[in-house]
Design a protein around this ligand. Structure first.
Ligand SMILES: Cc1cc2nc3c(=O)[nH]c(=O)nc-3n(C[C@H](O)[C@H](O)[C@H](O)COP(=O)(O)OP(=O)(O)OC[C@H]3O[C@@H](n4cnc5c(N)ncnc54)[C@H](O)[C@@H]3O)c2cc1C
Length: 416
């Protein structure tokens, strides 16, 4: 069924335009501008052009939507990040260039430094994975590469402007702007006032859709002048003068090498399944993935990113426990060399072997004195020492494993 829908998937833009024409909606220029404003608002929410969104699945996360009002966070979202990261060792100014994984662990290379671990959690944005900025060795499985390619990673930009005073009105939180040119419908179509939460007369203008892409080609001065032109077009006819700004900041998420876009969306031909595939770990539980684009229920959000981190923390813990249980219950090969007073054959020595558990090996290593260790082996563990040929199949396969691990170590283990 899913395959059938995928095969007929078209863009939401194509579908809506077909309906608009069929039902003669928004023929009047004023209505058309209003419709375009709402389409720009959709392009903002999805960070993509209507022509890229999957008609079948663009809103696949709607059933999971959380209740409650939208709200501004005084002090900004950074407040959360700062308190969540308290006490964590974070290495700043390191750009990961490659992640190499194998049966004996993971190596992460960043700015000429090598970080070694049992497992790694990769949380870079989908834009960075799409760009291929990080080399995975071995390569990512085809299934993962397919999902990275299929899902969309869109663009939304903002201009934040600080004015000397609030000219738009103290009780206004948001206001919009309509345009006659449909291709520029997303250009500063919505303004947010942050006066009540930022402590200053701050306006944030949003740029969505096609306009967000064109915006990145303009200089910051041009962009700010364009915002001022639009603001003056709104307020001057009301007899309100728009003052020159004190300070302005323009985002450029598409050009940012640590993002290459703003957030994910379901592109034509993609579906919610791709989020699940992006979330799958690889390398037999060595490399894990989190971030908004791995969360099918809450994609494109901060809470989606946070929840995906918690999900992967639980998965990593489960994997670590599984591995340590395997190690605890696994057999170790014990070799006891007899010579001197135990063996009266001159300078020759005799080697006998036994299979013991890892816990027994640890206990044995903690016991003082050879005689005590032999007693522990015989009486407490009940281990019978045998010659090399007397070892069972398990012993033989253990020797093969040890040999191959040794040669792996000599070759570097993890592929370099
Ligand atoms: C303009 C805009 C408005 C938004 N508005 C909202 C909103 O109102 N509400 C909401 O919930 N969400 C909003 N979002 C979305 C939200 O910000 C994201 O979904 C969320 O931040 C994603 O978190 P993440 O951990 O997946 O990725 P990120 O927060 O992007 O974290 C990824 C990290 O990886 C780092 N990185 C990248 N490449 C490398 C590398 N090679 N080596 C080392 N580090 C690397 C980056 O520097 C970054 O710190 C908005 C996003 C944008 C762009």
């Amino acid at each position: 069924m899913i395959e059938e829908v995928k095969s007929v998937d078209v863009s939401l833009g194509t579908a809506l335009e077909a309906f608009r024409r069929a039902y003669s909606v928004a023929q009047d220029p004023q209505e058309r501008m209003l419709l375009d404003w709402h389409l720009a608002n959709l392009e903002y929410a999805n960070a993509s052009l209507m022509s890229n969104l999957s008609m079948a699945y663009w809103d696949q996360d709607d059933p999971y939507e959380m209740g409650g009002d939208h709200c501004f966070i005084p002090g900004g979202n950074e407040t959360f990040v700062r308190s969540l990261s308290e006490g964590l060792p974070i290495f700043y100014e390191r750009t990961v260039q490659s992640i190499r994984y194998g049966s004996d662990g993971v190596l992460v290379y960043a700015n000429g430094q090598e970080f070694r671990g049992d497992m790694v959690l990769c949380t870079v944005p989908l834009g960075v994975l799409k760009k291929g900025s990080i080399e995975f060795v071995p390569e990512l499985p085809q299934r993962k590469k397919g999902a990275i390619q299929s899902l969309g990673f869109g663009l939304l930009n903002k201009v934040a402007i600080l004015f000397p005073y609030n000219f738009w009105g103290g009780d206004i939180d948001t206001f919009g702007h309509l345009t006659e040119d449909p291709s520029m419908r997303g250009e500063f179509f919505l303004f947010y006032s942050y006066s009540s939460v930022s402590g200053g007369p701050l306006l944030v203008a949003l740029v969505a859709g096609d306009a967000a892409i064109k915006f990145e080609l303009m200089s910051p001065v041009e962009s700010v002048n364009r915002v001022l032109e639009i603001l003056r077009g709104i307020f001057n006819p009301k007899g309100i003068a728009v003052p020159d700004p004190i300070q302005a900041v323009c985002t450029r998420w598409g050009k940012d090498a640590f993002a290459y876009g703003s957030y994910s969306y379901v592109a034509v031909g993609s579906s919610g399944d791709d989020y699940d595939i992006l979330a799958e770990s690889i390398g037999d539980g060595r490399v894990f993935f989190a971030g908004e684009a791995t969360n099918k229920q809450y994609p494109a959000t901060m809470h989606g990113a946070l929840l995906s981190g918690m999900r992967e923390a639980a998965n990593i813990l489960r994997e670590a426990k599984r591995r340590s249980n395997e190690v605890d219950s696994s057999n170790s090969l014990l070799r006891v060399r007899f010579g001197g007073k135990y063996l009266d054959v001159g300078c020759l020595s005799l080697c006998l072997y036994g299979l013991i558990s890892r816990n027994q090996a640890i206990k044995l290593s903690e016991e003082e004195g050879e005689e005590n260790r032999m007693r522990m082996l015989n009486q407490e563990f009940g281990v019978r020492l045998v010659g090399r040929k007397g070892l069972s199949g398990a012993g033989e396969s253990l020797i093969t494993n040890i040999r191959s691990a040794k040669s792996n170590l000599e070759d570097g283990g993890i592929q370099r």
